[in-house]
Design a protein around this ligand. Structure first.
Ligand code: KIV
Length: 271
């Protein structure tokens, strides 16, 4: 029987066992109670409270403006809607890059105030000391390499990362280092599929890809993108499983028309 159909609660140990058995891991983002509940009931393994909330919930152009307080509000709501999936929360920009003490304090606030099970942060060897300090407090850490959106102003563009040897070699050694340090998984974002496959084969912890091909241990998409709530963002890697934007607009237009023509409420919809 597949592991994922047999667990009441997904833990980092379950994810590790899934990698060993070759079972793919399904991860999606969520930012609120209602969607988290639906995703959890549908059987997703990991819910990421991503700092993409900055884009899809708050309407900012980048992930940089979202605050730790904002993330805690979203994450606590998600945790209340979840009983099976592992909930991972992004440490937002500016809450861990300064030093490892600050990183630990941010991670502790997330764990204490949300009830989540793990945190995620972006970067390689540069953040190793912070990762070690957070891990030493007993907090599971997920890494994130490749296109790391908090560094968008350094990259200058959202194009595929690590296409040249130098960046690919650094990414490989960062992945090794994060795995050795004790991260329980690593997100690989928008890198060549071949490189992602090599990295996945070279480390003992699961890799979760987004725009990183099929040779990784799991996949993640931003919920609002895969449901078609957002339509402006259309990278090649994004598969839309629904066109909710059209459905929601249609439903709202029907409601407006019914209100204006006094078709709503009808006799059965009043007291
Ligand atoms: O913030 C986010 O949604 C993410 C995913 C794209 C992996 O980090």
């Amino acid at each position: 029987m597949p592991l994922h159909s047999n667990v009441k609660r997904v833990t980092t140990h379950v994810l590790h066992a899934m990698k060993l058995k070759g079972e793919k891991i399904a991860m999606l983002t969520a930012y609120d109670y209602s969607f988290a509940r639906l995703l959890d009931q549908a059987g997703v393994d990991i819910i990421l409270v991503g700092d993409s909330a900055s884009n899809v919930m708050a309407g900012f152009e980048t992930t940089l403006p979202i605050t730790l307080d904002n993330m805690i509000y979203h994450a606590a709501s998600v945790v209340r809607g979840t009983s099976r999936a592992l909930v991972v929360v992004d440490l937002p920009f500016g809450t861990y890059q300064g030093n490892s003490k600050e990183a630990l304090a941010s991670a502790i606030r997330i764990m204490k105030e949300t009830g989540a099970s793990a945190i995620k942060l972006e970067g390689g060897v540069e953040i190793k000391e912070s990762v070690e300090r957070i891990l030493s407090a007993g907090i599971p850490v997920m890494g994130h390499l490749g296109l790391t959106p908090q560094a968008i102003h350094k990259f200058g563009t959202y194009v595929v990362r690590a296409t040249d040897k130098k960046e690919a070699d650094k990414l490989k050694s960062d992945a090794q280092e994060l795995a050795k340090t004790g991260c329980f998984a690593i997100v690989l974002e928008k890198i060549p599929a071949k490189l992602a496959g090599e990295v996945s084969g070279s480390i003992h912890i699961p890799t979760i890809g987004i725009g990183a091909g099929a040779e990784v241990d799991g996949q993640v998409l931003v919920l609002h993108d895969m449901l078609g709530i957002t339509q402006e963002f259309s990278p090649r890697f994004l598969r839309r499983y629904h066109n909710l934007q059209a459905e929601i607009k249609g439903a709202v237009q029907n409601y407006i028309a019914d209100v204006r023509s006094v078709k709503f409420p009808n006799e059965n919809e009043q007291y």
